[in-house]
Write a protein that binds this ligand. Structure first.
Ligand code: SAM
Length: 366
């Protein structure tokens, strides 16, 4: 079946009048994770533990107008959710300008940002007024010394100022809290922060944020990953259940990676079990790096160059064809295939990361 014939019109069932392209496993293209920089101001041990990195050449980084033009093409194929990420997206100068460009697009229902929070307090008002709808702050520990060991930066106080500011801007009403406009993401690692699950739940509640625990993943860059360090969803639920009593799953259908749960007092939280129970079957996301490479899976070995065609004057139709062909052929099930491996260790060896920074999670956008 050709790329174009697999592109089906779904104007009757979808509230937008675009073509929804389906991949080889019938998965739609809905979510785009857009990395705006590969640089980061933290060196989290599960993501960027090395002393030196090969950075993307500056001249290759897409300008806001280029990103915006590509997002227009993605929208015509069914994307209605964009998440800005990185690296650390707040290191990208004038980010609210990009947010404003994207927020004005009619086809986008959701525009979110994931940040480590270090610079957030100074930017959160501008991001909100530019039209950002939702915000996720990564927070792995509430202990300053542990934060410093984990990230090689003495920054917990700054992150907590950022979260408090985000609470004021993104979680000030019951409606905002109900829509989970503010989330906190925690990567749980055995022997590092697995003794803080309860404190993190309590802290998130006090910030009117929804907490999501993420299983430690063996993605590119996680060179210190080992199976023993993964704390599974089952273990997390056991720990939380001992403290809070019966925990119920929230009944909802969504393609979001987090499975949500509710505590007896009504507090909700999520667990992203990407390592022990991957969600490839419903994965509707792809990733665009800051230099315009398009990846169809976090574990994909290579991506499609969109910067080249864009800069050499490809028309919207040509770009549309390129994306439609790429997505139609997609049959990735990266995390499931990792799970099937008997003996599992860090996904990408150090020497390969040195040669191609696109293999890094911080380049691909987490
Ligand atoms: N700098 C931003 C931040 O800290 O949120 C955005 C980029 S960061 C790569 C995005 C997310 O990826 C973070 O929540 C981070 O915790 C997560 N992440 C990075 N490496 C991971 C790993 N090995 N396993 C699970 N999550 C990981």
């Amino acid at each position: 079946m050709s790329a174009r014939s697999r592109t089906i019109e779904r104007t009757l069932t979808f509230p937008f009048s675009h073509h929804q392209v389906l991949d080889a496993l019938n998965r739609p293209l809905r979510n785009l994770r857009l990395s705006v920089t590969d640089r980061c101001n933290l060196r989290c041990e599960y993501c960027m533990p090395e002393d030196e990195y090969a950075w993307l050449p500056r001249e290759d980084i897409l300008h806001f107008e280029e990103i915006s033009a590509l997002v227009d093409v993605f929208i015509t194929l069914g994307v209605d959710k964009v998440r800005l990420t990185g690296g650390e997206p707040l290191l990208r100068r004038d980010l609210p300008t990009l947010v404003r460009l994207l927020a004005a697009k009619e086809g986008l229902k959701d525009l979110a940002l994931t940040t480590n929070g270090v610079l957030l307090a100074d930017h959160v008002d501008a991001l909100k007024s530019a039209g950002l709808k939702r915000l996720t702050v990564s927070l792995d520990t509430l202990r300053a010394d542990r934060f410093q060991r984990l990230t090689r930066f003495d920054g917990l106080a700054a992150v907590q100022r950022g979260i408090a500011a985000a609470r004021r801007v993104f979680a000030d009403t019951d409606e905002a809290a109900r829509l989970s406009q503010l989330k906190l993401d925690t990567v749980v690692i055995r022997g590092v922060n697995d003794d803080e699950l309860i404190e993190l739940v309590e802290y998130a509640r006090s910030m009117r944020a929804e907490l999501r625990f993420i299983e430690y993943m063996d993605v590119g860059g996680a060179t210190r990953w080992s199976p023993e360090r993964v704390v599974s969803r089952r273990e997390m639920l056991e720990v939380l259940g001992r403290r809070y009593g019966a925990i119920e799953p929230v009944a909802e259908y969504t393609s979001a990676p987090a499975e949500r749960f509710v505590l007896p007092d009504g507090t909700t939280f999520g667990i992203i079990a990407s390592t022990t129970d991957p969600f490839c079957r419903s994965c509707d996301r792809s990733r665009l790096t800051a230099d315009g490479l398009w990846y169809l899976c976090l574990y994909a070995a290579s991506g499609t160059d969109l910067r080249g065609p864009l800069r050499s004057g490809a028309t919207t139709d040509e770009l549309n064809g390129l994306l439609a062909r790429g997505w139609s052929a997609r049959d990735d099930r990266g995390a499931e295939q990792r799970l099937q491996l008997g003996e599992r260790r860090a996904f990408v060896p150090m020497n390969a990361l040195r040669k191609d920074p696109h293999l890094e999670m911080h380049t691909r956008g987490g």
